[in-house]
Design a binder for this molecule. Structure first.
Ligand code: DX5
Ligand code: ZN
Length: 222
């Protein structure tokens, strides 16, 4: 798939769930075509968010949007089919949750969707070097996973640079995504570091006027 990079990817974790459809329509009205869905099980991360039914509802609200599903869960292999049926276009599993990561990535790709791997702030990229040729996206966590509204971990810039270098030296084609603490104050610097997909939750959905905030964020990365 070709994408017009860099991409702003609103994380609906921060949306108002009493009006999720409206919040997603606001994103679509602001020309968003990539939605980030944070799945949390209360085990891999100390929080529970939502499951396939919300992803399905989000897809219904934005049928043309690319559904990026970030699995912050244990045993993600057991849920791939559920999220594919819900409309996922990309499933990203955590390196830290997959003892058989190569098999997990192959298990996603056999559905014909994109497969991503995520690394937590304390995880070195050299742990995922053997899988880089097989993935479509690498997600760098710039906060400790589990909650929106946290501060961006500044060491993430160095990690992005390392990943850019690994992609270039290995002649890989994966996208680089960053997730957590991205907002008006740093989104330009994050994009300049070489990130292709920038996840933003609270900086999007905390705004009174979501479409205007999205346009403001996009203007800083275009
Ligand atoms: C955290 C999630 C992030 C988070 C981003 O575990 O993976 O996607 O929702 O939210 P903000 O942009 O508020 O940090
Ligand atoms: Zn996420």
């Amino acid at each position: 798939m070709d994408f017009d990079l860099p991409i702003l990817a609103p994380s609906i974790l921060a949306a108002d769930f009493s009006q999720l459809g409206k919040d997603i329509h606001d994103c679509v009205d602001a020309d968003i075509n990539w939605i980030h869905c944070d799945i949390m099980d209360g085990h891999f991360v100390p929080n529970i968010s939502y499951g396939p039914s919300i992803v399905k509802a989000a897809k219904k609200s934005a049928p043309d949007a690319f559904m990026d599903v970030h699995l912050m869960i244990e045993n993600p292999d057991n849920y791939v089919d559920d999220y594919v049926q819900a409309g996922a276009d990309l499933l990203t599993v955590h390196f830290e949750a997959c003892p058989h990561l190569h098999r997990s990535i192959q298990n996603i790709k056999k559905y014909g969707i994109m497969a991503g791997v995520a690394v937590n702030p304390a995880t070195s990229l050299y742990n995922i070097e053997p899988i880089l040729e097989y993935v479509d996206l690498v997600l760098i966590m710039s906060v400790n996973p589990g909650f929106g509204g946290q501060s961006f971990i500044e060491a993430s810039y160095q990690k992005v640079q390392e990943l850019v270098d690994l992609r270039e030296s290995g002649e890989h084609g994966f996208l680089i995504e960053i997730d957590g603490g991205v907002g008006l104050k740093n989104i330009d610097k994050v994009a300049e570091a070489g990130v292709d997909v920038l996840v933003a939750g609270s900086s999007v959905f905390s705004a009174d006027d979501i479409p205007s905030r999205i346009k403001e964020l996009v203007s800083k990365i275009s």
